[in-house]
Design a binder for this molecule. Structure first.
Ligand SMILES: [Zn+2]
Length: 72
């Protein structure tokens, strides 16, 4: 089972500065900032960007808030 304590060790892979934290939403693992959903497998979270599910209002990963920070 995935706990918030476990997720605190990781940061969103879409954030170049690695600041955005992951949060638990029921059984889902989401990025706190960009709301991308990461896959989980046998109690582990997959931070593979290709396996992540983008939020519904987002067509492409480069529109994510975490990615846009790159331009700052
Ligand atoms: Zn993010």
């Amino acid at each position: 089972m995935i706990t918030q304590e476990y997720l605190d060790h990781f940061r969103c892979p879409f954030d170049p500065k690695r600041e955005a934290k992951l949060k638990l939403d029921g059984t889902k693992v989401l990025c706190e900032r960009c709301q991308v959903q990461f896959r989980t497998r046998e109690g582990f979270v997959s931070l593979v960007m290709e396996e992540a599910t983008l939020p519904e209002n987002c067509d492409h990963a480069n529109q994510l808030p975490c990615q846009r920070r790159r331009q700052n």
